[in-house]
Design a protein around this ligand. Structure first.
Ligand code: AMP
Length: 321
């Protein structure tokens, strides 16, 4: 998984575009969940959610994601239909027992999700089994899930060009050692500010980022909720602003949709330079900010490229001085 700049194969675009467009080009392992969410603006019960779901909806705006995950027999058929409509590859989605269920809430500081209950259900005995046709996928997103499952996914794929990892406090607390092992194997770590402090035992985010870079990743992105995101590489750093959102209803899935859009844009442009990371981070922030405008996946399921491009231009304007 060496980070290499792959130049634009535009010469081949007419011949290969049709093939590559119809083929899954990002593999996402993570949770597909039923979420019960309460924010100061309302409540939803057993809505479609999960780290892999948000990430794949966001990635599907740019590329063609395929999932590795598990659901239960209680998972509504209409949600499967919605995923199919988004062109998400479902050959790696198993069904057994009961679907993973997360119950959480937010108070007026919407940057911090508080967990009431995490019911792992079928996830507890989930064994990763990457379908043959997905093993050659070059872009891998290890979305938030048990780090042992993230490691197993990496073991089963052929030779990815680029792997991105996300996680959360639940796994930092329960599987720290496995998590550190995965960090050593990926190109980019995505983590939010509180979790970076917790994992690296420091109050200082620059210090946390330097500790990550020493472990192996070429880049670390620290997500700061509504305050934007920071990118650290060996010699440079970049700060993306948050979008000043007035209408915010539910931030669930913002981190996952940031990650999905980030890798979706990189897989589409096939350019892994630091400069392109910056653009991908802004696309990630744009999609995440839209995601917070409504509950669950209600906003992402109708989001259009024209909405994304409009807000991307606003981001450019916010940064100019
Ligand atoms: P985010 O708000 O981007 O951090 O992620 C929210 C999503 O993460 C929700 O849809 C949950 O179903 C999912 N989730 C919550 N807890 C976990 C966990 N321990 N492992 C994986 N996914 C989780």
């Amino acid at each position: 998984m060496k980070m290499k700049k792959i130049t634009n194969y535009s010469k081949f675009s007419i011949k290969t575009n049709r093939i590559s467009f119809s083929m899954d080009n990002i593999l996402i392992v993570g949770t597909v969940a039923l979420d019960t969410i309460e924010t100061p603006f309302g409540r939803v019960k057993r809505a479609l959610g999960g780290s892999a779901t948000y990430a794949s909806f966001a990635a599907s705006l740019f590329s063609k994601p395929a999932l590795i995950s598990i659901i239960g027999t209680d998972f509504p058929k209409e949600y499967i239909e919605l995923m199919k409509k988004k062109g998400i590859g479902l050959n790696g989605l198993k069904t057994t027992g009961k679907t993973f269920h997360w119950d959480g809430f937010y108070e007026y500081d919407m940057n911090e999700a508080k967990t009431r209950k995490t019911e792992l259900n079928s996830l507890e005995h989930f064994k990763v089994d990457v379908p043959q046709e997905y093993k050659s996928i070059k872009y891998i997103f290890l979305a938030n899930i048990d780090p042992e499952l993230q490691l197993e996914t990496l073991r089963q794929v052929d030779k990815p060009d680029f792997a991105v990892l996300d996680t959360m406090n639940f796994w930092i607390n329960s599987k720290r050692k496995h998590l550190m092992d995965v960090i050593k194997k990926v190109d980019v770590l995505l983590i939010n500010d509180g979790e970076a402090r917790q994992l690296f035992n420091t109050v200082n985010l620059v210090n946390a980022a330097n500790q990550v870079l020493k472990l192996g990743p070429k880049a670390v992105i620290i997500k700061k909720g509504e305050h934007g995101a920071l990118l650290f590489t060996k010699n440079k750093h970049f700060s993306a602003p948050g979008y000043p959102l007035e209408n915010i209803k539910d931030p669930t899935g913002c981190g996952d949709s940031f990650g999905g859009a980030f890798i979706g844009y990189l897989a589409k442009t096939k350019d892994l330079s630091e400069k392109n990371f910056r653009r991908a981070i802004v696309y990630g922030s744009v999609v995440a900010s839209h995601n917070a405008e409504d509950f669950g996946l209600n906003r992402l399921k109708n989001l259009k490229m024209s909405d994304i491009e409009r807000r991307y231009r606003e981001f450019q304007d916010i940064r100019e001085f």
